[in-house]
Design a binder for this molecule. Structure first.
Ligand code: NAP
Ligand code: ZN
Length: 349
């Protein structure tokens, strides 16, 4: 089936309209009309080939909300008209220890939603900056009608990427938790850590975001460029989630952890962070860890948690024609706090 999207054709030109084919339904496939797609900083890293793994043309987008239009003959969990989500994953091997533990994101053969090999058509697969997508039912998520569909789109990546480490490190009442960076991921981290009952401290390089951070659920805001403000929090955090998309000094954060505290990195900068000081880690048995999105089971749990606690993303809706401008604004940390593309704006020329 022919569909329409926006694609990058190389690592330096603007995204432009692009026609391509979606596969015919297999018995286990779900066909979705895409309503909204969030704009993740990972889209920009990949469009600009900052991770060195980009294949062009590339149709980015992995924060997808849409309506089911057709289902394959073996699909029972979804029916036409359902509101559904698709995140960063569209396939995995299904048999390895990671898949058996519902951690498909760590499967060596995980297939991401775009810029991954497409086993159906050969070549690379195409993501959510498009009108339709076809996805195996196991990688489709139910989205409650209680959630605003546009504001729910960023939950599929920014949401699960912050929810999963907060769950894994068992953040809850009585914990002091830091979130570094108030962007797409960071603002969801603040909302979730607050909803879980933690004392939340937002670290930002943008003093102008302090009021918003408090409105979103931060108890305190620290401007990370100010060493005196940082010093006040030495050795006091149980857990810090760092969402920053650029290389920076991690020692400033490991020093703020209590004994046995963890600094979890989810930002994926194009160049490495300066090497961290080992002394900060050894003397208080602190750890630096990483975390990648979340598995399908946990993503569904996160979406249900959001429906129950009335949590969505703070968004700016854009027509797809503004995508290149939106990228420039994300790079200047000038987004409150996620751009979401309204795919109704994408029409055949
Ligand atoms: P974003 O909206 O651009 O937010 C990043 C925030 O980091 C900015 O808003 C800014 O916050 C802060 N920041 C930016 N440049 C900085 C610098 N030079 N020094 C210090 N702070 C800086 O990006 P995002 O969509 O949230 O994504 C963040 C990162 O996570 C990206 O690298 C993305 O690829 C990665 N990611 C990882 C996963 C995963 O599974 N691990 C999933 C999705 C995305 P302040 O203005 O508050 O300082
Ligand atoms: Zn993402």
């Amino acid at each position: 089936m022919k569909t329409l999207g926006y694609a990058a054709h190389n690592n330096h030109s603007p995204l432009v309209p692009f026609s391509f084919e979606r596969r015919e339904l297999t018995p286990t496939d779900v066909r979705i009309d895409i309503l909204f797609c969030g704009v993740c900083h990972s889209d920009i890293h990949q469009v600009r080939d900052e991770w060195g793994s980009s294949v062009f043309p590339m149709v980015p987008g992995h924060e997808i909300i849409g309506k089911v239009t057709t289902v394959g003959s073996a699909v029972s969990a979804f029916k036409p008209g359902d509101t559904v989500g698709v995140g960063c994953l569209v396939d995995s091997c299904g048999t390895c220890p990671e898949c058996r533990d519902h951690l498909e994101q760590y499967c060596n053969n995980a297939i991401f939603t775009y810029n991954s090999p497409d086993k159906h058509s050969g070549g690379s697969n195409y993501g959510g900056y498009s009108k339709q997508i076809v996805v195996d039912q196991q990688f489709v998520l139910q989205v409650s009608d209680k959630l605003d569909p546009a504001a729910a789109a960023p939950l599929l990546c920014a949401g699960i990427t912050t929810y999963s480490p907060l769950m894994h490190w068992k953040v809850g009442k009585g914990d002091k938790v830091g979130i570094v960076g108030l962007g797409g991921l960071g603002h969801m981290g603040v909302k979730f850590a607050h909803a879980l009952g933690a004392h939340v401290v937002l670290f930002t390089t943008s003093p102008g975001k302090a009021d918003d951070a408090k409105r979103l659920g931060a108890d305190e805001v620290v401007v990370s460029k100010n060493p005196d403000e940082m010093q006040k929090h030495l050795a006091s955090f149980d857990f810090i989630l760092n969402t920053v998309a650029a290389p920076h000094n991690l020692d400033a954060y490991t020093a703020l952890l209590k004994r046995d505290g963890t600094l979890c990195l989810v930002g994926v900068p194009d160049k490495p962070h300066p090497s961290p000081a080992i002394g900060n880690l050894i003397f208080k048995r602190r750890a630096i860890a990483g975390s990648l999105i979340g598995g399908l089971k946990e993503t569904q749990e996160m979406l249900d948690f959001c429906a129950e606690h009335n949590i969505t993303s703070d968004i700016e809706i854009i027509p797809i024609q503004k995508i290149n401008e939106a990228y420039e604004r994300v790079l200047k940390s000038d987004v409150k706090y996620r751009f979401v593309i309204d795919l109704a704006s994408l029409k055949p020329e």
